[in-house]
Design a protein around this ligand. Structure first.
Ligand code: ZN
Length: 317
């Protein structure tokens, strides 16, 4: 945690605006705005402001532009009817709704390769693209930990008889993560789901019996069996089931593509479809599924991208 804060100032120098070549191929006139302001905001997050000639102003807020980090894109000054955003192979759309504070969440997946990427914002009025902004953004490299383990072979190759179950559960998960609430359900800041020894092992590459396995996409918190596990924030329970790998698991949809999951529970205390408040106990910690001892595996996804749950604790929404 300490190192992340110390390195913070290095990120900003890597960001600048430039024209986007695609603009010239457009049938109608496209204005390119060249205003860019960069400044530091709160003590935890960095802020980057983009101003369009149309008067629209956008703000990017993040802890650090790295794999596994969330980015909040806010539409601060709304002068147009619609914006579309394209970044890291995904597209987003925001309609101007007067009453609402408007933003969207972008996750930089933990497997994104570092390097320069273009964040494209198209500004639309009366079904015509009036302006396109292209910000060149540098995704910084990040060293994830590596852990070598010698474990029972069942952790490396699941037995044949559970293959069908694993396939079915993967399908259910894909379905759960494909639909999200269009409303922001979060209230107040995010908090840790339980107190316990925190292993900052997000992104850890695990090598089991000399075979590289999938990357650890959450953080583990060591807690005794039966310890209450709380919702990190409010939302709707979209899954409360017993899965082969993650054991008894709760997934909460917080809206706008943000999901948090809580795995290896010994007991589920909520049901699918239930509305939960921030801090509400949703289950008891345990060691169900493929787990070597009682702990909570806490993970977060933003629009299918795996991000560090601890980053949510440091961002204001
Ligand atoms: Zn874990």
């Amino acid at each position: 945690m300490k190192n992340l804060k110390e390195e913070k100032s290095k990120t900003l120098r890597l960001i600048f605006l430039k024209n986007h070549r695609l603009s010239w191929q457009k049938y109608f006139l496209v204005f390119i705005s060249l205003f860019l302001f960069v400044f530091l905001s709160s003590s935890f997050s960095e802020t980057l402001v983009l101003q369009a000639q149309s008067g629209d102003v956008f703000e990017l807020k993040f802890r650090k532009l790295q794999p596994g980090e969330p980015v909040i894109l806010s539409w601060l000054e709304k002068r147009s009817s619609l914006i579309t955003i394209s970044f890291l192979g995904k597209s987003y759309l925001l309609k101007n709704e007067i009453e609402k504070k408007q933003f969207l969440l972008v996750g930089v997946d933990l497997a994104v390769k570092p390097g320069e990427r273009i964040l494209e914002i198209s500004i639309w009025e009366n079904n015509q693209e009036r302006e396109k902004l292209g910000a060149s953004v540098e995704i910084l490299s990040r060293d994830f930990p590596v852990k070598k383990l010698t474990v029972d072979q069942k952790y490396v190759t699941p037995p044949r008889e559970v293959q069908e179950r694993i396939r079915r559960e993967a399908e259910i998960l894909a379905q759960v993560y494909s639909a999200t609430s269009p409303d922001w359900l979060v209230q107040g800041p995010f908090s840790l789901p339980c107190e316990g020894e925190l292993y900052p092992n997000f992104g850890q590459q695990r090598i089991y019996n000399n075979t590289p396995r999938s990357i650890h996409s959450g953080v583990d918190i060591a807690v005794p069996r039966g310890h209450p596990v709380k919702a990190a924030n409010s939302g709707v329970v979209v899954l409360a089931s017993d899965f082969y790998f993650s054991g008894k698991t709760v997934i909460i949809d917080h809206g706008l593509g943000l999901f948090s999951s809580y795995s290896h529970l010994s007991k589920l205390l909520v049901k699918r479809g239930e509305r939960v408040n921030a801090g509400q106990v949703i289950g008891l910690a345990g060691s169900t599924g493929l787990s070597t001892g009682p702990h909570l595996h806490w993970a977060v996804k933003i629009n299918e991208s795996r991000v560090d749950p601890l980053a949510l604790l440091e961002l204001e929404f």
